[in-house]
Design a protein around this ligand. Structure first.
Ligand code: PEP
Length: 249
């Protein structure tokens, strides 16, 4: 059976001290062993957050990694470095990185490969902008994103991924996809995976919803048969809210 996953994406928020305090609160609140809980912290927080976490349900993710293994790339943090801190996951392809840092599918393919080589699990993000949704072209847009990136992986590597569907118009806007919209596109994604890699692989991959998911709407969203959890931005910065989402299955 595929895993239920709730991953927080702290983005560029919290000082180191605030981040460690937040991680400690989440560590103490989460009481499930049924859900994989992931904290996506800033790079410089990872080592301390890993040390802070004693709850076996919780792991740590970076929010990015370099597209090169090492070398003269000032300011970059490699997948190998991330893995050496104790992080187990890396969020890749977030729409903010695609949009503000010009991350193309070509760049993402390098990052995904390096993450996998270093035994990090990519949380691969996809999702359409508002104009694509308004034109009713979201399914093909997301399938194209998958075809340009993770559909190039071997089946063995593909099985290691977590996928997050995040409609850009819902991220940080307070606008959430309706439960029907979420289910419909998650099913489209799962069907595309089945067509490419087979039904068993499609049934095994966790597909998370992201976009203004919060303590109030998580239950309804997670009740969908093809929604296996959430990638949570704003609501992951409050331990009680984040724990309520973890408890929403
Ligand atoms: C995100 O950035 O991945 C996200 C889902 O943000 P928010 O929950 O704040 O919409």
């Amino acid at each position: 059976m595929r895993k239920k996953v709730v991953a927080g994406n702290w983005k560029c928020n919290t000082t180191l001290q605030e981040g460690v305090a937040l991680a400690k609160e989440v560590n103490d609140l989460v009481s499930t062993s049924d859900v994989v809980v992931i904290l996506g912290t800033p790079f410089i927080h990872i080592t301390e957050v890993v040390k802070t976490i004693s709850n076996s349900a919780i792991s740590v993710a970076s929010q990015n990694c370099a597209a090169e293994p090492k070398g003269a790339f000032t300011g970059e943090v490699s997948a190998e470095m991330v893995a050496s801190t104790g992080a187990k996951y890396v969020i890749l392809g977030h729409s903010e990185r695609r949009e503000y840092y010009a991350e193309t599918s070509e760049i993402l393919n390098k990052k995904i490969a390096l993450a996998l080589e270093n035994n990090l699990t990519p949380i691969y993000c996809c999702g359409e902008p508002l104009e694509v949704r308004e034109a009713g072209e979201q399914n093909q847009f997301v399938i194209n994103q998958l075809q340009e990136t993770i559909f190039n992986l071997s089946v063995e590597d593909f099985k290691k991924l977590i996928i997050a569907y995040e409609p850009i118009w819902a991220i940080g806007t307070g606008k959430t996809a309706t439960t029907q919209q979420a289910q419909e596109i998650h099913k489209v994604i799962r069907d595309a995976i089945a067509a490419k890699f087979g039904q068993a692989v499609a049934d095994g991959v966790s597909i998370l919803y992201g976009g203004s998911c919060n303590a109030q709407n998580a239950k309804e969203l997670f009740a969908n048969p093809d929604v296996d959890g959430g990638l949570i931005g704003g609501a992951s910065l409050k331990a009680a809210d984040f724990n309520a989402i973890v408890s929403a299955f």
